[in-house]
Design a protein around this ligand. Sequence first.
Ligand code: AMP
Length: 401
Amino acid sequence: MKFIDLGLDQRILDGIDAMGYETATPVQQQVMVPILEGKDIIAAAQTGTGKTAAFLLPLLHRLLTTQHDSHDINAMVIVPTRELAIQIAESLEGLSYFTDVSSIAVYGGGDGSSFAAEKKALNTGVDIVVCTPGRMIAHLNMGYVKLKGLKYLVLDEADRMLDMGFNDDIQKIISFLPKQRQNLLFSATMPVKMRDLARKILTNPVEINIAISKPPEQIIQKAFVVYEPQKVPIITDMLRSNVYKNVIVFCSKKQNVKQLTQELKRAKLAAEEIHSDLDQKAREQVLQDFRNHKLSILVATDILSRGIDIEEIDLVINYDVPNDGEDYIHRIGRTARAATTGTAFTLVSEQEQYKFLAIEELLGAPVTKGTVPPEFGETPEYAPKQRSRGNFKQRPGHKKR
Ligand code: AMP
């Protein structure tokens, strides 16, 4: 599904474009329509599935297309941790970049000046507040938070909030909110206590359950933690070894597909590119050459990650970390088809470490880290929690009030 089919406001489509999203992920396909229709939802969806944009995009659309008071808080997103609050605020900033929707992240641990800035925004009105429960209550107790016009409440990673003992805090925050509002609840798991919370908060919710696919066990997965400029030489070396007969290298961007193919050709490797700039006939020809073993290396965008069945692929290389966990599973699932074994390597740059961690969380286990031969030089440490988050392109002009 393309985002344009949902009838989203053009300014939001521009933001989606700037973030580099092309098609909606499964969770986005299922939750966006009911949210746009104004329904409450309860969705079982994990991190890495694109769930943040799944609720932010329809929320933004509704804010842009319905009357709302800019001197009020219109939407509140409650999350368990400061890290998640920051991450959601960053996504929001990217997706709403071409709109005039304002937002602020409200979380504990900052200094007095951040509390004062939060107080000012909560007092004068801000369209969307992304907050952790404890900090929000600290503000609510002071009586200045403008909540009269609040129309949307999102609880994200609700199971984690319950595990962290935030049940009473959530109930308390809700007691401050207007009764007439749309409620969206996201949770990776649905224990009984979650059902109880849902019953208290939601009205006739649409239930959505996104079954997460798992990669076949016979795929040997390895990640190489590298600096971005090391990727091309390392991939060239992997492919030169001739151990693998049929290889697909996935890149998230067409530009990278084109550049990498050039580099591989320069290294005299039998590589061709496949992406949406090629017409149907050219794509089919490349695929046919690959199936017939005239060609041993295919460099592709994600158009090839789903659905296309090519047997006997022994290696999949992720030139970059895919944007969502489902894409990772689809990409590596191109190898080890029909019960054969296969190998999947992912090159993870410093900026991508956080994204890769989200994929590991989705998989439920860390991926083995491979050793880069010393001739490629020193490599960075894998420390995803300390590094920048997501694939969000930092741009100037914070619209925080
Ligand atoms: P989330 O599950 O919300 O934490 O998102 C996981 C990652 O997927 C983030 O890096 C998002 O920027 C990215 N993402 C979300 N939606 C899409 C999409 N439709 N296409 C590509 N990437 C996406």
